[in-house]
Each structure stands twice: as structure tokens, then as C-alpha cells.
Design a binder for this molecule. Sequence first.
Ligand code: A4P
Ligand code: MG
Length: 475
Amino acid sequence: MFLGLGSNLGDREAALSRARVLLTALPGTTVTAESGIYVTAPVGGPEQDDYLNQVVEVRTLLSPYELLTSVQGIEAELGRVRDIRWGPRTIDVDILWYHGFSSADARLEVPHPRMEERRFVLEPLAELAPDLVLPSGLTVTEALAGLPDQAVRRNDDRTAGTVSRRSERSPMDHSIVQKQIRRLAEETGAIILAHNYQRPEVQDIADIVGDSLGLSRQAATSKARMIVFCGVHFMAETAVILAPDIPVIAPEPQAGCAMADMVDVEGLAHLKAEHPDAVVISYVNTTAAVKALTDICCTSANAVEIVRSVPAGQEIIFTPDRNLGRWAAKKAGRKVIVWPGFCPTHDLVQVEDVERARAIHPAAKVVVHPECDPAVSDIADAVESTSGMIRFCREDDAEEYVIGTETGMIYRLCQDVPGKLFYPLTEMAVCPTMKLTTLQKVLESVRNAGPVVTVDEEIRTKALKAVQRMIEVGA
Ligand code: A4P
Ligand code: MG
């Protein structure tokens, strides 16, 4: 996404700088590159002072209209008054370009209809994206060559070094800590596993990124001296269940799973007593203690298959996710008694989000996770686990996808399925505990070889049976 910033009233430089800070503070948004700042003579409008103009590149999980509302909020906060069209302004933030989106709606015209005529836009844009092809079919460089001269000058008299240049990654430079972690991991023989929902900078230092079971399977066959599991607690426990001889480290021991905590041993024992012949299927998103009371585990990738594997006529209890349980039961054509748990992050996705996403991205397919409400899954183009999403988007012939799962998955898909576009179904889908694991915590955990996750041996052997049965059905 490219935004044009302009100011010709008040402290112009401070306004541009403050706008960049406020952009970075928007949810799911980072300024990834900034052009230099240009002093430009006003184009159109009443007689007014020179402008300072700049173009910034942002990555955002906000939809185009959410971004528009947000930038108008920033303009208001910076004292923008709209009295005369093209009149003097403390700040103007225009959405020049939103990848994969175009619109002629007067509320939001994208690409910006006047950008090709304006040197004060194209000169700074050329620093960031000279080869970007504009609606006329010309690249930024070619469009600039055909423009009449306008008084536009790069403002290089600012203190040396303060003019930012294009940076490939987010403005927060993680590279030093990342190098330290990788060096320590190699020295100590640690393998770092990261879930698809982890922060991008944590995914980047992992040996393997994947879904919870895929990662635990890696743990089971690993020859590493220790396993650093960047995810949530039940995932580290599952690794301990499968790889009891290797210390499993959880960099952030407070990172739990709200859904896993919704089913407790006493409650499940009670339900089992009411249905003594029922087969208990538990999603891997459960504690080891609940797994120990379970006959067979499942993941979102194999839930349908596991439900189907239960002999017809036998009762089934499904814990803890009511959404996954109902969806799998429907697909398998079976009746299940579902535990009323849910993932708070997926459960907030609504049918209206799908309708809105389809209106904004008409060419995109909507792919959601089965932890979403069944009303959402029913209208999606595909319902897939996280590993299933990667496979689906890679093999499918569409070029754009709206993704209904935790937003960390967008980063994963961009890495694993290059050349396609991914939008979050809602930027609200952020798992608070998945994001607790920071690079700093990973560094400390590798350095301290702790905190180590433990599982009582009796519970572990019982839980292992439920996990192994699942693996046997899969095989
Ligand atoms: N709107 C439609 N499309 C967009 C978009 N892509 N980005 C709607 C942002 N807003 C968009 O915008 C008016 C309405 O346009 C908004 O309510 C929004 O829903 P505004 O920012 O309030 O008004 P404006 O900036 O005065 O108008 P506009 O049409 O955006 O003007 P421009 O094209 O930005 O021109 N000379 C120099 N040297 N430097 C400048 O920065 N800027 C202008 C304004 C004129 N001359 C200039 C400069
Ligand atoms: Mg404007």
C-alpha cells in the first residue's frame, strides 16, 4: 500500500512525522518504507504556501475502507480542516495505491485518480516503487518522464541521516536479536518450532513453522538437544507427550489457550459417566490431563476423518470446540455430543465479515478455519486447517484469498504461496496469547534452557495413547 502525505500549514515536518507514527500505531499496520521529503509548489487550489510531500509504504491488515477511516482519524487528530477544496492543510493523507484493490467509488478512489499528473506524488513514489505499473499502463518512472516540470525539490537539507530510505522489512530492526538466537540455538543444539500464528519475526527464526500437530510430530522425530516451542502451552505439552526424552522449552509459560482451558477433567469425567459407551474425541487443543481422559485426539485437519472412524451407532463426545465438533459431525454425517468450548479469536468472525470481504474483494475466495462459527463456515468457499489453507491456496487457481483465521497466518501464506494476495477476514482475529512470545523471550529461553514444560508420567502415557490412535487413523 502506498500513501501520499502532504502538509503546508503549521509545523509541516512535525505533521508528517506524527502522521507516520500514528500510521504505525494503527492495528495491524506498519510503515515499511519512506521516501525522502519533497518541498513542492502548490498545484491547484487558492494561493497558498509550499507543501512538504512524502510517500510511505505501509503493510496493513486493514481493509481499504478501514484504512480510509483510520487515515481520516489521523488527519482529524493533526488538526486537518476541510473548508476550501485543495486549500491549505496541516496534513493530507491520501491512499494512492492498495495492492489488489481498485475502486471508482467517490468515497475512496484507488488508485488515486490524480496521482499520475502530479510530480509531488510520483517523484517520492519513484524512490520506493519505480517499476509500479500505473492505471495508464506506464511505470512510475515512465509517467514521470512525460510530466511537465513542476517545482518539486527533494529536501536534503535535513540533518544528515534523518532522511529514511526504503527498508525491506518492518522499521523495527529485529536482525541483531534474531542472529543471537540462531547462533545460540546452533551452539546448544536447540531446534526452534513456531506455530503459524506466531509473530512474523519469531516465525522467521524458527527451524520449522507449522500447525500444532505437524510441529509435535517434528518434535517426536527430532534429534535435537532441546526443543524450543513458540506457541501456546498445550502445544509444548503435546511435544512432551511425543518426545519425553528431549527437554521442551516454552519461551513464554503464560501463553495458554482459552479454548483448551474451557474443558476441565472433572467436567469431562462427569459427561463420560453420563454416556459410559461414548467414544471421547478431543481436539489437540486440550491439556495433557484432558487428553488422558480421551480415547482419540484429532486436529482441525483430520477431525472429519476421526469422527468417521468411530463405528456407526456408537455415541461420540467431542471436546472442547463446539464449532469444530459441529462442523466435523456435519461433514461426517454423524451426531456428536459437543462440549460447549470455543476459540474466542475465531468465534468472533461473523457472517457480516464474509459479506463485507466479498464486497471489497470480489475476485477473492474466502477460506476459513473450522474453529469459526458454523454459519461462517457454511458460506465460505473453503474450510481448511492452517496447513490445509497453505495447500489449498497453492493448488487453487484464484489469485486472491480472504483468510478467516488468526492474522499471523497471513504472513505465513505470503511466505509459502508467493505471488498471490491474502487479506484478513477481520483484523480483529488476533490471538492474544500467541503474540506473547517475543524474540527477547525466545533469546532468554534458549540462553537459560528454560522454562521446561513437564507432564506427569502417568498422564503422559495415557495421553500418548489418544495421540497415537489419531496418528494410526491418519495412516
Ligand atoms: N477520497 C476518495 N479517494 C480517496 C483516496 N484515495 N484517499 C475521498 C483519500 N481520500 C479519498 O479528500 C476528500 C474526500 O476524498 C475524502 O472525504 C475521501 O472520502 P480530502 O483529503 O479531504 O480532500 P483534498 O485532499 O483536499 O482533496 P483531494 O481530492 O484528495 O485532493 P488531492 O488530490 O489530494 O489534492 N499541491 C502540492 N504541491 N502538494 C499537495 O499535497 N495537495 C492537493 C490536494 C492540491 N495541491 C497540492 C497538494
Ligand atoms: Mg486528500
